[in-house]
Design a protein around this ligand. Sequence first.
Ligand SMILES: [Zn+2]
Length: 62
Amino acid sequence: MSIEGHSTAPWANVIAEHYCCVAGCARWGSLGFSESKTVDTRWWCAEHYPYWEEIKSRSNSK
Ligand SMILES: [Zn+2]
């Protein structure tokens, strides 16, 4: 059993940069959404995030 060492730093798997996917918006995309595990996560800033209602309905219903 080998030791992974420095490559297992907790931040190694964090996506380094993901900005809002809306064209012309240069804000940081702090909110991500992926329809499934096979779909790449897209990112939006809070202002452009289109899934607020979906989040609300998910958290309320289940
Ligand atoms: Zn935006």
